[in-house]
Design a protein around this ligand. Sequence first.
Ligand code: CU
Length: 456
Amino acid sequence: MEHFLNLPPDGSAHGPAIDHLIGIVHWLMIVLFVGWGTFYLFTLVRFRRSRNPKANYAGVKSHVSSYLEVAVLVIEIVLLAFFSVPLWSKRVDAFPAEKDATVVRVVAEQFSWNVHYPGPDGKFGKTALGLVDADNPLGLDRSDPDAKDDITTINQLYLPVGKSVIVHLSSKDVIHSFGIPPYRVKQDVIPGMSIPLWFTPTKTTDEIREELRMTYSVADVMKKVKKVALPSMSTMPIKKGMDMSNMMAMQDYTDQSGGTLVSKNDKLTSENIDKIFDAGRSSVAARPTAGLDKYVSLEEVKDSSGNSIVAKNDVLTEDVVTKLVETGMKEVNVRKISNMDLFVVMQDYADKSGSQLAAKGDAVSEELLTKFADAAINEIVLAPATPTEIACAQLCGLGHYRMRGYVSVVTPDKFKEWYDQQEASLAPQQAAPDSTASAAAPQDTVAAQGSQEIHH
Ligand SMILES: [Cu+2]
């Protein structure tokens, strides 16, 4: 059943128990669905009008249905009392000792995860609302002795494998939800509360990525080639209140003092048309929107002076389409975009002459796919770049989808290396504790490293 449900890989010590419970709950639901469904169909036939012209006021006399209901109730009580509640109580009660665990605070905000490590002293430094700013989202008070060695990161949660983790969760604004599917944890994060959560990662991020290896057909993407017509530009008369939302401006429109009213590539909504009209114009240079951003160009396009304006493998965004339209082109050779840029290749690849095309861990780009195709490599092995992410499982606002924290579960050695590095980058700031600017330094370093280290 667990296999059939296609659950994400499980890298947590308590994961198998959770998956097992998910499995039996599904079995119970299948039995109930089939049982009640069959009973419903049975009643439709058995109590049809032609056979029962008169209603029977006595109703059912047998006790079978009562026994069945009791049986369902008993099964549900067993599931709750012997599976769910023990599992749940272990999650919320049987916390490991803090000295045996990696202890970390995670403070959610719209739309990021702020991570706070206590440093070697094991004590979280004081935080204060008044100190919160863009460079110090946690409001950490670096003048507090306990705070001197504290490490903070944004959207980067590093953890060593094989050691329990205790995460103290809180939120600065709205309700978020801290969920890491491969580690089978999920907990709502509520402003004004500090909620602890614990789990023991048994697999590193790299190991989980290995489990997600899959073969991808380069040949199939390359087959999705076609010629698409480009929209043409025209000068259209305008009137006040006109709506041309499916068209876009092909030039900037300014008022008398030179202020921009409507920019090139802006949609010609009725407000924008009114702005242009009110500025004393009676026509507008426009083209229909192309909606070709699902395609990448197969050709390089140069302007009249020979400068490349669209490179091979560029996505045909509206900006790019405008550039093509301006050259007077009527159609362009494209292929469907692969949408594989969140994946990395899982082995080294070289062309026939032996020169390297990609190394394990390289991100899959449209350009790289074209290189593979040119080298006649038809299939590649890939996996998600970031298989262990903190997903916010709560619709917490319009930027909710941007709220992605990267979890890097690494070997204890690598974790120590990372931790020491973070500590080392704190050193110059300790020499100048009064400087607020330097408080940002460790975070900048982390943010910069983070983007590179995702692939490791
Ligand atoms: Cu959120």
